[in-house]
Design a protein around this ligand. Structure first.
Ligand code: HEM
Length: 82
């Protein structure tokens, strides 16, 4: 899948592998690897609001999702997708 080239498979980070920066073979930024974030729904909500503010130095270019209801739906989707 094209998304695997750009981004770690986020579904696998939630909830089975919640520690940030640990999907094998993905070339994470130092910011991500050293963040010590353990993803849960509250952390994801903050990250997805404004990724660069939550994790300064992240190389995820996605600018964020400002609508709280949309983030809620997205996080529920990721949780249920496994
Ligand atoms: C709604 C859409 C998106 C969601 C929910 C999402 C979610 C995430 C999550 C949870 C992580 C952290 C994974 C981990 O710590 O193992 C991550 C990292 C990353 N994402 Fe996204 N992402 C989205 C869109 C995108 C897009 C559009 C791109 C690129 C075109 C992208 C590129 C990346 C990259 C490169 C990283 C690694 C960041 C780093 O190493 O600093 N993401 N994403």
């Amino acid at each position: 899948m094209a998304i695997d080239y750009f981004a770690p498979p986020v579904g696998s980070a939630i909830p089975s592998n919640p520690k940030a920066g640990t999907v094998p073979r993905f070339n994470y930024s130092e910011a991500n690897k050293n963040s010590n974030v353990v993803w849960d729904e509250a952390q994801l909500d903050q990250y997805l609001t404004d990724p660069k503010q939550f994790m300064p130095g992240t190389k995820m270019i996605y600018p964020g999702m400002k609508d709280a209801e949309q983030r809620k739906a997205l996080i529920a989707y990721l949780r249920d997708a496994k």
